[in-house]
Design a protein around this ligand. Structure first.
Ligand code: PYR
Length: 473
């Protein structure tokens, strides 16, 4: 790949199905095509991390570490990439530094080359431990800016952040537009300004949610972006990324070409079409999320967050409050100092907005995570929260102002002991560390099934099959 060429990160194995169908693609649907994908010439194959770990153990009854090893075996020539939530790893709280170190070590050992690392608040202190570990174990650290729109999230703010990330030792930098709200003219200005400031490659990640993404990529590439994220067409568009084939064909007509073997892309698309149709028939994939919705530009809320809000309201029998909740989201975000709406902030802001509307009084009910956020446990807010607001929620509780993980004692050994006989490998301990309840249940099932060969086990196996089939419907 020369400087002028554009690298493509293919997302079908991670973000595309996370964004379109709640991360339910099974390993069995992935593996038969990996050898072909390995010949395409992608910059990288995003295939792990984000919500895939949680969904694998919670819904698919699959070991995510096995998935990674199986993909690695079949893709010896392609860099494998994962999305890592900084100090949150793949979970929803901050973990101790020793767990971060072990997680990165095992991810490298099992096959990950490139770590796209972000922090929901863009607090770079929350990237330090994972960056250090990625360097220690020989991976590529792609430090990531969560793109959002507010009075403080300006081009100079993002440029300064990019420069800081390069200074910290990033091997590349990514602008992550999870809500699909980066418009072409802004992308052009932003990419241009950042490229003037940094010398490591710049990757752009967007979603087709609002309908601007193809234009945004073209503008970003023309302004000097080095890598873009796309999804093979059957799993492209809507809340996913623009189609790989379309972007490759269009870009190849210009000065800056991709490195992709386009004829192979057609074969890969043909492989994924019936898989997409199966998930459509099973209603795991809803055709509604495959179109574009320009309203996303107004609400600036990621597609996954919209569907979560709707499902929370359904559970409360209050879908008529949807518009009211959507209007409450920006108000909560403003109270909290304009956090970007990305995991775990999107869930936290969304839940608080739902509570505020359903309780009929703002902040009458406040989730613990929001209280922790106000105590500084998630890091520095983009804009300071007013003391009046903070005190109204957490009164005189102590507020942390240094790196939150400084306050978390080492925990790997304790977790290993807690897991006891189920801790057969370090990977098992990490599964348990990230998801104590679901992870433990998963490991119990896994080892119980492997070891027992009696009638009870056969019953369990049957039950297991049912779980698996219903999860992929
Ligand atoms: C995740 O954290 O899973 C995202 O896709 C942002």
């Amino acid at each position: 790949m020369t400087d002028k060429m554009i690298g493509i990160t293919e997302t079908v194995l991670r973000d595309a199905h996370q964004s379109l169908m709640a991360t339910r693609m099974s390993t069995n649907d992935m593996l038969p095509i990996i050898e072909k994908m390995d010949k395409v010439g992608y910059f990288s194959l995003e295939c792990w991390g984000g919500a895939t770990f949680d969904a694998a153990i919670r819904f698919l009854n699959e070991d995510p570490w096995d998935r990674l090893r199986e993909i690695r075996k079949r893709a010896p020539n392609t860099k494998l990439q994962m999305l890592l939530r900084g100090q949150n790893l793949l979970g929803y709280r901050h973990y101790a530094d020793d767990v971060v170190d072990k997680f990165v070590e095992k991810s490298v050992e099992n096959g990950i080359d490139i770590f796209r690392i972000f922090d929901a608040l863009n607090d770079v202190r929350n990237l330090e431990a994972s960056l250090k570990a990625v360097k220690k174990y020989g991976g590529h650290a792609q430090l990531t800016i969560c793109y959002t729109i507010s009075d403080v999230h300006t081009t100079p703010y993002f440029v300064e952040l990019a420069a800081e990330m390069e200074e910290m030792g990033a091997n590349s930098i990514c602008i992550k537009d999870m809500a699909g709200i980066l418009t072409p003219h802004v992308a052009k200005e932003l990419v241009h300004a950042i490229k003037n400031e940094i010398s490591v490659p710049l990757s752009i990640h967007t979603h087709a949610t609002s309908g601007t993404s193809h234009m945004t990529y073209l503008a970003a590439v023309e302004a000097g972006a080095d890598i873009i994220d796309t999804a093979i067409s059957p799993f492209a568009e809507g809340t996913s990324q623009p189609p790989t084939e379309t972007m490759a064909i269009c870009l190849n007509e210009g000065e800056r070409k991709t490195t992709l073997a386009v004829p192979l892309l057609e074969e890969i698309a043909d492989y994924f079409k019936p898989i997409r149709d199966k998930y459509l028939a099973n209603e795991l994939l809803n055709p509604k999320v495959m179109g574009s919705d320009p309203k996303a530009l107004i609400y600036q809320v990621p597609g996954g967050m919209l569907s979560n809000l709707l499902s929370q309201l359904k559970q409360a029998n209050a879908t008529d409050k949807y518009d009211e909740v959507l209007k409450e989201v920006p108000r909560v975000r403003s109270d909290l100092g304009f956090p970007p709406l990305v995991t775990p902030m999107s869930q936290m802001v969304g839940t608080q907005a739902v509570f505020n509307v359903l309780a009929g009084e703002r902040y009458k009910m406040v989730p613990n995570e929001i209280k922790e956020y106000l105590r500084g446990s998630y890091g520095k807010t983009p804009v300071p929260v007013t003391e009046e607001f903070r005190k109204s929620i957490i009164h005189d509780d102590t507020v942390i102002t240094d790196r939150p993980a400084n306050h978390i004692p080492s925990e790997f050994q304790r977790l290993k002991e807690e897991l006891g006989s189920l801790a057969r490998t370090d990977e098992d301990v990490l599964t348990y560390a990230l998801f104590p309840q679901v992870g433990k249940e998963f490991l119990e099932k896994k080892y119980h099934l492997q070891e027992k060969n009696d009638p009870i086990n056969k019953e369990d196996k049957k039950e297991n099959e049912v779980i698996r089939i219903s999860a992929t419907m």
